[in-house]
Ligand binder design. Sequence first.
Ligand code: PEP
Ligand code: MG
Length: 601
Amino acid sequence: MNNDPDITRGVKDGMRIMTGLAASRGFVTGPVFLFRTTANEQVSEYRVEQDQVAHELARLSDAFALTRTQIRSLALELGKRISGDEATIFDGHLMMLDDPAFLGSCKEKVSKNRVNAEVAVNVVSEKYSSIFAAMDDAYLKERAKDVNDIAKRIIRNLLGGADAHAFRAERPCIVVADELTPSETISMPKNLILGFATDRGSNTSHASLLARALGIPAVVGLGSISETVRTGDMLLLDGTRGKVIVNPGRAERLAFEKMVARSKTLEEKLEQGKLLPGATSDGHAVPLLANVDHSTPMTGLYSVGAEGVGLYRSEYLWLTFDREPTEEEQTHAYTEATRALPEGQPVTIRVLDLGGDKMTKGAAASHKEANPFLGNRSIRFLLRNPEVFRRQLRAILRASAHGNVQLMYPMVATIEELRAANLELHGCMAELREAGIPFNEKIKRGVMIEIPAAALIADALAKESDFFSIGTNDLIQYTLAVDRVNETVARLYQPTHPSVLLLIDMTVKAAHAHALPVSVCGETAADPVMAVLLVGMGVDELSMSPNLIPLVKKIVGQVAFSDARNLADTVRCMLGAPADKVYTYCRKQVMKLAPELLYLQ
Ligand code: PEP
Ligand code: MG
């Protein structure tokens, strides 16, 4: 359910609404400062004559030394502002600068190839950076950007310190760039930075980590915002939901300002009790888990109060690699995620859900389908490609030796699919057993309920699984025949449509009749109003984007279980009412029970 209708309503005259990744929570409004950072510095090449080599080598050494001094002072500055892992961001830069091989290779290029120092740094850093970029580990991959960052700085210093992209804003602004490096991010005067909005970037990019650590709202992965805006344009930036509005109208501005003021108060309150287990005010446990993928910084889950991973979207590994990851690569990724969590916390790994809007480039080119959301997606693809399925199942099983790994099948529509999937699982278990490879023999297998057919046969599915997780993102799309990625039908995408609520109700009842726990891992769980309703309907756990956990935990904690149940009972009697009326009613009730919900108004 849309919490903030003013942000997602649509495009008005001159106004642009853009959606990206919520990299750092918070709301800001302000003028754009366009900060272009794309390419490495333009470096002109010239030949260094024999009698100039010593001079060129000295220039190189001086530039390295100056860069080291600058980075040390940035690290010092950072250490004053923040603590913890983020404060060590520049350690890698310094290590690289101190690495004799780096300077040595640059010097070799100058002396042997007789190229100028700038070109030598460019060539050597590109080689280093491409080695990092080719690595499978998401963290190491990101280090390619550190190399580029250092190279830029060294080259600037070689060019006499001229900083082509200096931050020249004189008043507080939202920095828009194609991408930001950590040293660019930290070099900017914090008192002038209201927020960041970038074309590219991921959760593990250092600029995102820094923005979070510095408490600066940020939205990354916006695609083309740096091409869309100009310095001086007005921007509303919602780092909590990953949205920006360029040149908003008066109504949007007013609504946003109201939200900013109110969110401030709430943000302070969210800090209290966020590490306690999720529960209603009268102690009914409602664990709050995180939806993640391999690029999510898992150590950050503790600080938002996540009680485990309710959904690990494994297909992002395929999308990042743009190919099938090997069994070893998968085992490594799943094991890493498992080990990063406190002992006993579940990691619910969902098997591959490729298809629909999630395709590798190769698959998109070779498997064109007229209706990919209704096509060879997810479990259907896996059952038709048993080798791919078995490699993934073995990897998940192998990770299960290291912690509380759970396995989840997406897009199940029939009992045969569940049985066929379990058969593959048992086959893989037998193989591992025979090979003496350890795994958890009692690994829990869950079914995602995200196709109406699955909700309707939930009773049968429950008999052959250990838990259910309701994927409302797809359940709504398939129940209402509303494409979840088509903004022109977004208004018809209604979580409180009575048909959707009926299917959720049926699923919960079937699960509980067989003593199965049931969670919701679709976006509906992250809407505080819906979260209360879902708890009232008997949903046992909620799983969502990590940064929304403190808010939902707070709201659930304000409401008594009996009140949530009463709300669900009333809603069950509203089957004839339009979906938006049902939502409005729920919001009113939840606001009475948890005034903290002011945040949303
Ligand atoms: C869902 O459908 O609700 C879900 C969580 O899965 P995804 O969004 O990855 O399709
Ligand atoms: Mg889904």
